[in-house]
Design a protein around this ligand. Structure first.
Ligand SMILES: NC(=O)c1ccc[n+]([C@@H]2O[C@H](COP(=O)([O-])OP(=O)(O)OC[C@H]3O[C@@H](n4cnc5c(N)ncnc54)[C@H](O)[C@@H]3O)[C@@H](O)[C@H]2O)c1
Length: 259
């Protein structure tokens, strides 16, 4: 079942930058009233100012109380939430990372999706309509060689999205999981995700292209959103022969390290 965007209410977390800002703009163009949510309240405000009927909220999505309050406020000011894009993410943690990298990565790429699901899915199920979109990454299906915390917690993002789809997917609510490779955003520009690795793994897409793919998936109901379609083949190759896939990844890692 597809969700009507015109006249609906959408929340985009991480909406102050990159993919989130593009999603907010695209959903607004479809006629949704958008709540732009970001840890950086100034960036959220700057994005919301460019959109009609938008609300900017400075919220830490890892804080369950703040997420519940945000959802209540959006409901009161814009109306019942029909689309929730749980998109905020961080690129911290080179190599095996430290304790702080892991704690932050689990909080943002794991529990933030759970806090959001608890707050918005029951009312969506009650109304029998809604779309819940988790931004994971191709790293959640494959690997981000430069970062164990990013890779592992993005696998958690994918698993949460799958679990939510299994549990809520048949009730008029659609769950989607966005898994891009490189996208031209401040996260990549800051080298937080390993510029050489991103460049070696294919085209770096514009955030607006990714936002188009999300809107198309909400319309069609498809779960997995792959702006880089080759990721499908890579995953099929991984599942078909894990040892071969690991050998290929080791070679790629060595090539990037030498470059
Ligand atoms: N850019 C890429 O190549 C790429 C590839 C795959 C997946 N992703 C994922 O896409 C999503 C968006 O990333 P982006 O590339 O647009 O990066 P970005 O850095 O431009 O935007 C991320 C936004 O999330 C916000 N944020 C971080 N922690 C937060 C928190 N605790 N509460 C609220 N907001 C928070 C940041 O303030 C920032 O505005 C992330 O989940 C990222 O992991 C990005």
């Amino acid at each position: 079942m597809s969700v009507r965007l015109a006249g609906n209410v959408a929340v985009v977390t991480g909406g102050g930058s990159g993919i989130g800002a593009a999603l907010a703009a695209r959903l607004s163009r479809e006629g949704a009233r958008v709540a732009v949510v970001d840890l950086d309240a100034g960036n959220a405000e700057a994005v919301a100012r460019t959109l009609p009927e938008a609300l900017a909220l400075g919220v830490d999505v890892t804080d369950p109380v703040a997420v519940t309050e945000m959802v209540d406020r959006v409901g009161a000011e814009l109306g019942p939430i029909g689309v929730y894009c749980s998109n905020a993410g961080i690129g911290s943690g080179a190599g095996l990372g430290d304790e702080v990298d892991w704690a932050r990565s689990w909080a943002v790429h794991g529990m933030a999706h759970v806090h959001a699901a608890r707050a918005v899915l029951p009312p969506m199920v009650e109304r029998g309509a809604g779309a819940f979109v988790i931004t994971a990454s191709a790293a959640g299906l494959l690997a981000m060689m430069q970062s164990a915390p990013y890779t592992v917690t993005k696998h958690a993002s994918v698993a949460i999205a799958e679990w939510l789809s299994i549990t809520y997917g048949g009730s008029g609510v659609s769950v989607h999981c966005l898994c891009p490779q490189g996208v031209r955003t401040p996260m990549v520009a800051a080298n937080a995700l390993g510029e050489a690795e991103v460049a070696a793994s294919g085209d770096i897409l514009e955030p607006s292209k990714v936002a188009d793919d999300v809107v198309a998936a909400i319309a069609s109901g498809v779960f997995l959103i792959l702006p880089h379609p080759e990721v499908h083949d890579y995953e099929v190759g991984k599942v078909a022969d894990r040892d071969r896939w690991l050998a290929v990844m080791r070679k790629l890692r060595a090539r990037i390290a030498a470059s």
